[in-house]
Write a protein that binds this ligand. Sequence first.
Ligand SMILES: [Zn+2]
Length: 452
Amino acid sequence: MAKSKTVYFCNQCGAESSKWAGKCNACGEWNTLREEVVVVKNSPAGWVKTHPSDRSVTQKINEIASNNTQRMIMPDTELNLVLGGGLVPGSLVLLGGEPGIGKSTLLLQVALKLNEQVMYVSGEESAEQVKLRAERIGIDNERCDVLTETRIEAILQILQEQKPAIVVVDSVQTLFSEMLEATPGSVSQIRECTGKLLRFAKENNVSVFLIGHITKDGSIAGPKILEHMVDTVLQFEGDRNYHFRILRTLKNRFGGTHEMGIYEMTGTGLAAVQNPSQIFLAERDEEISGIAIAAAMEGVRPILLETQSLVSTAVYGTPQRSSTGFDLRRLNMLLAVLEKRCGFRLGAQDVFINLAGGIRIEDPALDLAIATAIMSSYQGVVAPSKTVFAGEVGLSGEIRAVQRVEQRITEAEKLGFEEIVISKYNKVQIGSSKIKIHRFGRVDEMFSWLFG
Ligand SMILES: [Zn+2]
């Protein structure tokens, strides 16, 4: 006999509820609960009986082999970086991102470049479409098998037989288990199928990449509900108007987060960007106000980027504050500091902030460049174009020390900048740098030096 019950799942966080409600109790989102009929069909073997081979075993902790050292180096420098130095065998990696951003291309090109047996499970595209994509990438590899299947039980059977070293599933939202009656892409199906793949990965020491779509309207259950199940969560993002893409680590059981990989979309797939600073620094002949260059860090990598600001008198009552790539609350804080501690009347001004190239970076060291860009636009005075800024601004207007200042200085010097402004509290331990280092303790001191 099949047991069936109606439950409601939150599309955002996956929380289960027996009653419908307008607001999810777990995450507080509105209109995210979806009804799902969960029918658990009896499997032929029965649910309670445990097969002898399914018995759990204990291991002595000193006898457990540590596989941390045997990472599999992927044929992709950026991917290795965000994974924390290569792929840990048996790990389940979720790659999330909006549809069309290039997730399939990224993992297919990795599959094609690998020297290992790979199974590319496609639930989205036909085998011919996958082949077409592979032809665009321009690599042929006889070790890459394509399986067009969406039934998880059928997929697992093939995986058990063929035992590839790496599995790519495109996408997790197309999978379904015949044990459940819910539709593919529903919370219960996504959870069930991911659970089965997780088990397969751990038992066979095979790494599985899951592609998961994130849609803004939440029409399909998002990968967020899987984040606690998988070992690593990577997010692929980028603006469709720009040809580069960013790969971020949101969670990693085997390494740090806040690592970032940068790719360029080319005619033949995604190419790793070796010198990221160059794409975030716009080239221009004339000097204009409202621009300052920041020396930011993303993970272990220094990135120089252009911060842009436009300050203009508010036409309508309430002044607008808008920011692309920089935290809006942080912007409001900076504006308050500039008003209160430096005496600039920004209260009646519209302030717009933009990080060049559409990149989003969370690094407090951006503060100093943002504040400079704002003042440059407000006063209509050009900030020196060969100067880079790296400092956090505190509530009393003090410039605070930032991490890894030496790396920022080295990057600025490498890219031909002549001066860098940092906090006077930052200790610099590099000897002979050609770049001139200016140190200030307060923002107003720096402004009088910059703009007189
Ligand atoms: Zn929720």
